[in-house]
Write a protein that binds this ligand. Structure first.
Ligand code: SF4
Ligand code: SF4
Ligand code: SF4
Length: 267
Protein backbone atom coordinates (compact mmCIF):
# COMPACT_ATOMS: atom_id res chain seq x y z
CA UNK A 1 0.00 0.00 0.00
CA UNK A 2 1.58 3.30 -0.99
CA UNK A 3 1.26 6.54 0.95
CA UNK A 4 -1.12 7.85 -1.76
CA UNK A 5 -3.62 5.03 -1.22
CA UNK A 6 -4.32 5.47 2.49
CA UNK A 7 -5.48 9.09 2.48
CA UNK A 8 -8.66 8.38 4.49
CA UNK A 9 -6.84 6.68 7.37
CA UNK A 10 -6.73 8.41 10.73
CA UNK A 11 -3.49 10.27 11.30
CA UNK A 12 -1.61 12.64 13.57
CA UNK A 13 0.47 15.60 12.35
CA UNK A 14 2.97 17.20 14.71
CA UNK A 15 4.62 20.52 13.88
CA UNK A 16 7.89 20.60 15.76
CA UNK A 17 8.16 24.39 15.39
CA UNK A 18 5.01 24.78 17.52
CA UNK A 19 5.90 22.31 20.26
CA UNK A 20 6.97 23.85 23.58
CA UNK A 21 7.82 20.56 25.32
CA UNK A 22 5.15 20.89 28.00
CA UNK A 23 4.26 17.16 27.89
CA UNK A 24 0.53 17.87 28.19
CA UNK A 25 0.16 15.34 25.35
CA UNK A 26 1.92 12.71 27.47
CA UNK A 27 -0.39 13.39 30.40
CA UNK A 28 -3.45 13.47 28.11
CA UNK A 29 -2.54 10.03 26.82
CA UNK A 30 -1.91 8.62 30.28
CA UNK A 31 -5.21 9.98 31.60
CA UNK A 32 -7.39 8.78 28.72
CA UNK A 33 -5.78 5.35 28.47
CA UNK A 34 -5.27 4.89 32.23
CA UNK A 35 -1.73 3.65 31.68
CA UNK A 36 -0.73 4.21 35.32
CA UNK A 37 2.30 5.76 36.96
CA UNK A 38 5.67 5.58 35.20
CA UNK A 39 7.90 2.96 36.74
CA UNK A 40 11.24 3.45 34.92
CA UNK A 41 13.48 0.40 34.74
CA UNK A 42 17.24 0.62 35.32
CA UNK A 43 17.94 -0.41 31.72
CA UNK A 44 15.77 2.31 30.19
CA UNK A 45 17.93 4.62 28.08
CA UNK A 46 16.24 7.70 29.53
CA UNK A 47 13.84 8.31 32.37
CA UNK A 48 11.24 9.63 29.90
CA UNK A 49 11.73 6.88 27.33
CA UNK A 50 8.67 5.16 25.89
CA UNK A 51 7.48 2.45 28.26
CA UNK A 52 4.51 0.24 29.08
CA UNK A 53 2.97 3.20 30.89
CA UNK A 54 4.25 6.00 28.61
CA UNK A 55 2.91 5.45 25.10
CA UNK A 56 4.07 8.83 23.86
CA UNK A 57 6.94 10.94 25.05
CA UNK A 58 8.75 14.17 24.29
CA UNK A 59 12.40 14.06 23.29
CA UNK A 60 14.53 17.19 23.42
CA UNK A 61 16.49 17.90 20.25
CA UNK A 62 19.30 20.41 20.70
CA UNK A 63 18.62 23.47 22.85
CA UNK A 64 15.01 24.31 22.20
CA UNK A 65 13.36 21.78 19.95
CA UNK A 66 11.10 18.95 21.08
CA UNK A 67 9.82 15.98 19.13
CA UNK A 68 7.02 13.66 20.11
CA UNK A 69 7.64 9.91 19.90
CA UNK A 70 4.87 7.32 19.63
CA UNK A 71 3.86 4.39 17.45
CA UNK A 72 3.74 5.67 13.87
CA UNK A 73 0.92 3.36 12.72
CA UNK A 74 2.79 2.27 9.60
CA UNK A 75 0.88 1.60 6.38
CA UNK A 76 2.58 -1.80 6.23
CA UNK A 77 3.61 -2.51 9.81
CA UNK A 78 6.58 -4.79 10.38
CA UNK A 79 5.27 -5.52 13.90
CA UNK A 80 2.06 -7.01 12.46
CA UNK A 81 3.92 -9.19 9.98
CA UNK A 82 6.34 -10.41 12.67
CA UNK A 83 3.71 -11.44 15.24
CA UNK A 84 3.23 -15.23 14.98
CA UNK A 85 -0.16 -15.26 16.77
CA UNK A 86 -1.88 -12.28 15.17
CA UNK A 87 -1.91 -10.21 18.35
CA UNK A 88 -1.20 -7.02 16.37
CA UNK A 89 -3.59 -5.82 13.67
CA UNK A 90 -3.65 -3.01 11.16
CA UNK A 91 -7.23 -1.71 11.25
CA UNK A 92 -8.97 -0.43 8.09
CA UNK A 93 -9.16 2.97 9.84
CA UNK A 94 -5.35 3.08 10.13
CA UNK A 95 -4.40 2.53 13.79
CA UNK A 96 -2.27 -0.52 14.57
CA UNK A 97 -3.85 -2.15 17.63
CA UNK A 98 -3.08 -5.24 19.70
CA UNK A 99 -4.85 -7.87 21.73
CA UNK A 100 -2.95 -8.48 24.97
CA UNK A 101 -4.87 -11.74 25.53
CA UNK A 102 -3.46 -13.17 22.29
CA UNK A 103 0.07 -11.86 22.93
CA UNK A 104 2.31 -14.76 24.00
CA UNK A 105 5.24 -12.55 24.98
CA UNK A 106 7.71 -13.54 22.25
CA UNK A 107 8.55 -9.87 21.57
CA UNK A 108 9.20 -10.44 17.85
CA UNK A 109 7.32 -7.18 17.26
CA UNK A 110 9.85 -5.31 19.39
CA UNK A 111 12.66 -6.68 17.24
CA UNK A 112 10.83 -6.00 13.98
CA UNK A 113 9.70 -2.39 14.55
CA UNK A 114 12.09 -0.05 12.69
CA UNK A 115 11.07 2.82 14.99
CA UNK A 116 11.87 0.93 18.21
CA UNK A 117 8.38 1.51 19.60
CA UNK A 118 6.73 -1.51 21.30
CA UNK A 119 7.42 -1.94 25.00
CA UNK A 120 6.83 -4.84 27.38
CA UNK A 121 4.88 -4.69 30.64
CA UNK A 122 7.59 -6.48 32.63
CA UNK A 123 6.02 -5.95 36.05
CA UNK A 124 2.63 -7.48 35.25
CA UNK A 125 1.75 -11.05 36.27
CA UNK A 126 1.36 -11.91 32.59
CA UNK A 127 3.37 -9.34 30.64
CA UNK A 128 2.46 -8.32 27.13
CA UNK A 129 3.19 -5.61 24.58
CA UNK A 130 2.14 -2.01 25.14
CA UNK A 131 2.19 0.92 22.74
CA UNK A 132 0.10 3.79 21.36
CA UNK A 133 -3.09 2.52 19.70
CA UNK A 134 -4.25 5.94 18.46
CA UNK A 135 -7.05 5.70 21.04
CA UNK A 136 -8.78 3.43 18.52
CA UNK A 137 -11.57 1.92 20.63
CA UNK A 138 -12.43 5.17 22.40
CA UNK A 139 -12.72 7.13 19.16
CA UNK A 140 -14.53 4.34 17.33
CA UNK A 141 -17.10 3.97 20.14
CA UNK A 142 -17.70 7.72 20.16
CA UNK A 143 -16.38 8.15 23.71
CA UNK A 144 -13.99 10.84 22.43
CA UNK A 145 -13.61 12.64 19.13
CA UNK A 146 -9.83 12.63 19.03
CA UNK A 147 -6.85 11.11 20.88
CA UNK A 148 -6.03 12.25 24.41
CA UNK A 149 -2.67 13.61 23.26
CA UNK A 150 -3.91 15.89 20.50
CA UNK A 151 -6.86 17.08 22.59
CA UNK A 152 -4.50 18.10 25.39
CA UNK A 153 -1.97 20.06 23.32
CA UNK A 154 -2.26 23.77 24.23
CA UNK A 155 -0.45 25.10 21.14
CA UNK A 156 -1.99 23.03 18.36
CA UNK A 157 1.42 21.49 17.70
CA UNK A 158 -0.05 18.04 17.35
CA UNK A 159 -3.38 17.52 15.56
CA UNK A 160 -5.62 14.64 14.54
CA UNK A 161 -7.35 14.09 11.18
CA UNK A 162 -7.37 12.10 7.96
CA UNK A 163 -3.97 11.30 6.53
CA UNK A 164 -4.70 12.87 3.13
CA UNK A 165 -5.88 16.14 4.68
CA UNK A 166 -2.99 16.29 7.15
CA UNK A 167 -0.46 15.60 4.37
CA UNK A 168 -2.00 18.48 2.40
CA UNK A 169 -1.85 20.74 5.47
CA UNK A 170 1.75 19.74 6.14
CA UNK A 171 2.93 20.47 2.59
CA UNK A 172 0.98 23.74 2.53
CA UNK A 173 2.80 24.95 5.67
CA UNK A 174 6.18 23.68 4.46
CA UNK A 175 5.95 25.20 0.98
CA UNK A 176 4.54 28.50 2.26
CA UNK A 177 7.48 28.91 4.67
CA UNK A 178 10.61 27.61 2.92
CA UNK A 179 12.82 29.75 5.17
CA UNK A 180 11.40 28.02 8.26
CA UNK A 181 10.73 24.37 7.44
CA UNK A 182 12.81 21.57 6.02
CA UNK A 183 11.17 20.70 2.69
CA UNK A 184 10.15 17.28 3.91
CA UNK A 185 7.18 15.66 5.60
CA UNK A 186 8.47 12.96 7.94
CA UNK A 187 6.37 9.82 7.69
CA UNK A 188 5.14 10.45 4.15
CA UNK A 189 7.43 7.79 2.73
CA UNK A 190 9.54 6.34 5.58
CA UNK A 191 8.97 2.59 6.02
CA UNK A 192 6.41 2.73 3.19
CA UNK A 193 4.48 5.63 4.77
CA UNK A 194 3.11 6.10 8.28
CA UNK A 195 0.00 7.63 9.81
CA UNK A 196 2.08 9.79 12.14
CA UNK A 197 3.57 12.74 10.29
CA UNK A 198 5.88 15.54 11.35
CA UNK A 199 7.12 18.79 9.87
CA UNK A 200 10.09 20.54 11.37
CA UNK A 201 12.89 23.06 11.00
CA UNK A 202 15.43 20.50 12.26
CA UNK A 203 16.03 16.85 11.42
CA UNK A 204 13.85 14.89 13.85
CA UNK A 205 16.31 12.01 13.92
CA UNK A 206 14.14 9.02 13.10
CA UNK A 207 16.10 5.85 13.86
CA UNK A 208 18.82 5.26 11.28
CA UNK A 209 17.45 1.79 10.55
CA UNK A 210 14.36 3.15 8.80
CA UNK A 211 14.42 2.63 5.01
CA UNK A 212 11.83 4.14 2.65
CA UNK A 213 10.32 0.86 1.47
CA UNK A 214 7.83 -1.28 3.45
CA UNK A 215 9.38 -3.70 5.88
CA UNK A 216 7.17 -6.82 6.20
CA UNK A 217 8.93 -8.65 3.35
CA UNK A 218 12.28 -8.07 5.03
CA UNK A 219 10.88 -9.32 8.34
CA UNK A 220 9.94 -12.67 6.88
CA UNK A 221 13.10 -12.78 4.77
CA UNK A 222 15.10 -12.62 8.00
CA UNK A 223 12.88 -15.08 9.88
CA UNK A 224 13.20 -17.59 7.03
CA UNK A 225 16.92 -17.85 7.74
CA UNK A 226 16.19 -19.17 11.26
CA UNK A 227 16.12 -23.00 11.20
CA UNK A 228 12.57 -24.30 11.52
CA UNK A 229 13.47 -26.61 14.38
CA UNK A 230 14.48 -23.61 16.53
CA UNK A 231 11.34 -21.73 15.62
CA UNK A 232 9.30 -24.82 16.52
CA UNK A 233 11.06 -25.25 19.86
CA UNK A 234 10.70 -21.56 20.62
CA UNK A 235 7.02 -21.55 19.73
CA UNK A 236 6.39 -24.60 21.94
CA UNK A 237 8.19 -23.07 24.91
CA UNK A 238 6.46 -19.74 24.46
CA UNK A 239 3.11 -21.46 24.08
CA UNK A 240 3.65 -23.28 27.38
CA UNK A 241 4.72 -20.08 29.08
CA UNK A 242 1.65 -18.33 27.74
CA UNK A 243 -0.67 -21.09 28.93
CA UNK A 244 0.93 -21.22 32.38
CA UNK A 245 0.74 -17.45 32.69
CA UNK A 246 -2.93 -17.35 31.73
CA UNK A 247 -3.72 -20.24 34.08
CA UNK A 248 -2.01 -18.46 36.99
CA UNK A 249 -3.79 -15.24 36.19
CA UNK A 250 -7.19 -16.96 36.13
CA UNK A 251 -6.37 -18.74 39.40
CA UNK A 252 -5.45 -15.44 41.05
CA UNK A 253 -8.66 -13.84 39.81
CA UNK A 254 -10.77 -16.77 41.07
CA UNK A 255 -8.99 -16.61 44.42
CA UNK A 256 -9.66 -12.88 44.73
CA UNK A 257 -13.36 -13.38 43.94
CA UNK A 258 -13.61 -16.19 46.53
CA UNK A 259 -11.87 -14.08 49.17
CA UNK A 260 -14.18 -11.17 48.47
CA UNK A 261 -17.24 -13.45 48.78
CA UNK A 262 -15.99 -14.77 52.14
CA UNK A 263 -15.34 -11.23 53.38
CA UNK A 264 -18.86 -10.16 52.36
CA UNK A 265 -20.40 -13.17 54.14
CA UNK A 266 -18.41 -12.43 57.29
CA UNK A 267 -19.14 -8.72 57.12
S1 SF4 B 1 5.93 2.10 14.43
FE1 SF4 B 1 6.55 0.00 14.96
S2 SF4 B 1 4.96 -0.67 16.41
FE2 SF4 B 1 4.14 1.11 15.32
S3 SF4 B 1 3.01 0.25 13.54
FE3 SF4 B 1 5.10 0.73 12.83
S4 SF4 B 1 6.19 -1.21 13.09
FE4 SF4 B 1 4.36 -1.36 14.35
S1 SF4 C 1 -3.00 8.58 20.02
FE1 SF4 C 1 -3.93 7.93 21.97
S2 SF4 C 1 -2.71 6.17 22.64
FE2 SF4 C 1 -1.51 7.26 21.04
S3 SF4 C 1 -0.19 8.69 22.15
FE3 SF4 C 1 -2.05 9.81 21.61
S4 SF4 C 1 -3.39 9.57 23.40
FE4 SF4 C 1 -1.80 8.02 23.56
S1 SF4 D 1 1.23 19.13 24.39
FE1 SF4 D 1 1.75 20.02 22.39
S2 SF4 D 1 3.23 21.63 22.87
FE2 SF4 D 1 3.10 20.34 24.69
S3 SF4 D 1 4.75 18.83 24.42
FE3 SF4 D 1 2.92 17.90 23.53
S4 SF4 D 1 2.96 18.43 21.35
FE4 SF4 D 1 4.42 19.78 22.40
Amino acid sequence: MSSEKNTSEWAILTDVTKCIGCEFCVEGCKALNETGEDRPWPWQAKINDLSATRWTTIERLGKDRFVRRQCRHCAEPACVSACPVGALTKTPEGPVVYDSIKCMGCRYCMMACPFLVPRYSWDEAVPSIRKCVMCFERIQSGEVKEPGCTAACPTGATIFGRRGELLGEAWQRVRANPDVYLQHVFGEHEAGGTSVLEISDVDIALPATVPSDPLPNRTWGALKTVPLVFLGMGATMLGLRWLIGRRDLLRNEEQAVEEQAVEEQEG
